[in-house]
Write a protein that binds this ligand. Structure first.
Ligand SMILES: [Zn+2]
Length: 341
């Protein structure tokens, strides 16, 4: 039985950069304008500019030993030593694109309900195909929650102390929780890229009472490296302002309240490969990104890596704070306003 594979759809769904990232080559590439350059992964070249990728045309060229180029299928076929057809099937597998044989209904598997023996679902090939992660429990997508916490106190003193407005509290549906595992915490709903609720984070209001009480609590099994906080809202914002990337929930919420609506949080100072891929989906090569992490050792280390990774996709700069320990949620409204001008 032959599996039908649509070459054109595969070429439209996957970018050359995603292919380089899949192989782990992207790290050694640099971006200039609309092209990437790096050492040739096909002939294992040492010359750091010999291999060029046009982001616009989604094609590559080696000006060294290979002396030639092509599209993503040509690249994978040469890298794997296989036919174009086999290369296309591999790409379908890596990036979860449908092939005729296994396509049931083109439905996103991230919206899957917690059925256990459902057949594998295929994803419609779009420009925003998600790179496939290994199928292990630690690495899979978070399942939609299927319930919402009720009776949250939206007027808890801690929220008012932080200066959050009623509009902000309502938009982010945050509030103090008095039932269940998040009792006594301010809960912040976390959504996936499709806007489905996947978890609640719980922040202790103020300084935790003892060492055993963490400032932040996430549900067991929740994989924060698979999500980008506020992505589903930020993706709807116009691209004429930069996308701000911050570390924490309250950094993002605070900037949002002060007019920076195109803001997302990584829930830490590390940009995971999945988070990078999710952010890549909502930016174009002409976009601007501002990485605004906390001014501390973890923040500085994290932002260096994040900038390097994201600068392959668009224009990226960092916001550095003058004082050690400063972070976005401590900026005054006035200071944020100057960022917007
Ligand atoms: Zn080459």
């Amino acid at each position: 039985m032959t599996t039908f594979v649509d070459f054109k759809a595969v070429k439209a769904a996957v970018t050359m950069l995603q292919v380089l990232e899949h192989y782990g080559f992207a790290e050694s590439f640099k971006r200039t304008g609309n092209s990437l350059s790096g050492p040739c992964p096909l002939h294992n070249g040492q010359n750091r500019t010999q291999f060029r990728v046009s982001l616009e045309k989604n094609c590559w060229n080696c000006f060294g030993t290979c002396n030639g180029g092509g599209n993503i299928l040509d690249f994978v076929a040469r890298k794997e030593g296989c036919t174009l057809r086999e290369a296309a099937l591999k790409l379908c597998d890596w990036f979860q694109l449908p092939t005729q044989e296994k396509s049931q209904r083109p439905e996103k598997d991230v919206s899957e309900s917690p059925k256990t023996d459902a057949p594998p679902k295929a994803e419609r090939p779009t420009k925003t195909a998600k790179p496939k992660r290994p199928d292990t429990d630690e690495d899979g997508p978070n399942k939609p929650l299927g319930f919402e916490l009720q009776h949250l106190d939206a007027e808890h003193p801690y929220l008012l102390e932080r200066g959050l407005s009623a509009e902000t509290i309502a938009e982010f549906s945050i509030g103090h929780c008095s039932k269940g595992s998040m009792t006594g915490r301010i809960v912040v709903p976390i959504h996936n890229a499709d806007g489905q609720l996947v978890a609640y984070a719980g922040r202790w209001p103020g300084a935790p009472p003892d060492e055993d009480t963490p400032k932040y609590k996430l549900p067991p099994g929740f994989r924060k490296a698979q999500e980008v906080f506020n992505l589903h809202r930020a993706m709807r914002e116009p691209h004429d302002t930069p996308l701000y990337i911050v570390e924490g929930f309250f950094d993002a919420i605070w900037l949002w309240q002060h007019g920076i609506r195109r803001v997302v949080a990584l829930m830490g100072s590390t940009l995971s490969p999945v988070q990078a891929a999710l952010i890549q989906r909502i930016v174009t090569p002409d976009d601007r990104i501002v990485v605004m992490f906390d001014e501390d050792d973890a923040g500085r280390a994290g932002r260096e890596k994040a900038v390097h990774r994201l600068s392959l996709h668009c224009f990226v700069r960092t916001h550095q704070f003058a004082q050690e320990g400063q972070q976005p949620d401590a900026l005054t409204g006035e200071q944020i306003a100057t960022l917007l001008t």
